[in-house]
Design a protein around this ligand. Sequence first.
Ligand code: APR
Length: 243
Amino acid sequence: MTPQAVREWVREARRIVVLTGAGMSAESGVPTFRDAQSGLWANFRPEELATEQAFRAHPSMVWEWYALRREMIAKVAPNAGHLAIAAFQQRHPGRLAVVTQNVDGLHQRAGSPGVLALHGNIADDRWLDAPRACCDAQAPEAGTPPRCATCGNLRRPAVVWFGEMLPAAELEAAGEAAARCELMLVVGTSGLVYPAAGLARSTRGRVVIVNPGATDLDDAADALLAGTAAALLPLLLDEERNP
Ligand code: APR
């Protein structure tokens, strides 16, 4: 299948879902999860750091890992892929929904309305345990999470960790969008993490995978486009562009 053929599917589809993962932001300079990690974190897998258990056992270490990611994300910008999606949504209000596993907020910064962020947003934090009347975050020492001076409750990143439930409203809206769409573009995800990956399996619409590598969802695809998000999405979504 060629990008030109998929452009035709985009033209025909009244409802489109773009389901994105870490590869969507790779060309903005955000490393993906399952890339080899560098430096200090080379020996950790995301499944080991991104859990409540890990945070309770090593709060400063996990907080610091997120602090570094937050700093890095604050410095990067949406890429041509994010911008092509947002521009399509502006030209065709209500026709394309973005469902993302990314916590970097780059779709929102590109101008996409109503992004369904299934795994939360790294810029936010919240209490680890249900807050009590005393809970008031104290300014942290560098490299440690803010804590309540009275009860010790900690602030934690407001992202969904392994083993945690996804936000119910977002998940339900994403399920409905997936069920109704005529075309789903699955961009930059390894397709290994559920329930997000399940959206691509549950849709009755056409499924197009945009990824430079193989994914776990390839068997569910009507078309595989081998290439990057920033190169292919403008080609697929910008009607003005010469194919
Ligand atoms: N354009 C498109 N895809 C790319 C690009 C690119 N420029 N660069 C890499 N990719 C692809 C890789 O080939 C891989 O298939 O992006 C995918 C990234 O996969 P993961 O790192 O596994 O990211 P993701 O699928 O988003 O992970 C899912 O797992 O760690 C948890 O909660 C975290 O949301 C995350 C979830």
